[in-house]
Design a protein around this ligand. Structure first.
Ligand SMILES: N=c1c2ncn([C@@H]3O[C@H](COP(=O)(O)OP(=O)(O)OP(=O)(O)O)[C@@H](O)[C@H]3O)c2ncn1[C@@H]1O[C@H](COP(=O)(O)O)[C@@H](O)[C@H]1O
Length: 115
């Protein structure tokens, strides 16, 4: 059976990111991002989002392009996790937000918002 990686992976990553929050920018990429500040972190999130959609656009072309989508999405999620860490927001709150939406239709939510 294929091994699944649930939010345990995000929890482990969050712990690693917390340990790097005030680390040495010379030896840690995560510490370097924090050191360079919020604008740099946000720039990376935007860059990775763009790379993800460019990869996704070509996903129909074959396996290597599909693998690129996986790799770029991992980069995007990683940088979003760094952003949350920089803002002292727990990824658990994001997961709770998503879980709280189970059973709620996106279309119904949109209609309720505009009424
Ligand atoms: N998951 C990741 C991860 N994903 C991507 N990256 C890095 O994100 C960077 C951004 O990719 P780019 O292609 O945009 O790199 P770049 O062009 O060199 O970046 P810039 O010069 O534009 O800033 C690369 O250097 C990747 O290695 C990551 N760096 C770290 N982690 C995790 O964070 C942990 C701590 O890392 P350090 O802080 O470096 O010890 C690691 O053990 C991993 O678990």
């Amino acid at each position: 059976m294929k091994q699944t990686h649930s939010d345990d992976t995000l929890a482990q990553l969050a712990d690693i990111l917390a340990s790097r929050r005030h680390g040495d920018p010379d030896t840690s990429y995560v510490a370097q991002l924090h050191h360079r500040g919020l604008n740099k972190v946000l720039e990376k999130v935007g860059e990775e989002a763009t790379e993800t959609l460019l990869a996704a656009k070509d996903a129909h072309l074959g396996d290597s392009q599909r693998q690129a989508v996986i790799s770029e999405t991992a980069d995007l999620w990683f940088h979003c996790m760094v952003m949350l860490s920089h803002l002292d927001i727990s990824h658990d709150d994001v997961l709770a937000e998503l879980a709280g939406r189970f059973g709620m239709s996106g279309l119904e939510e949109k209609a309720a918002r505009s009424s």
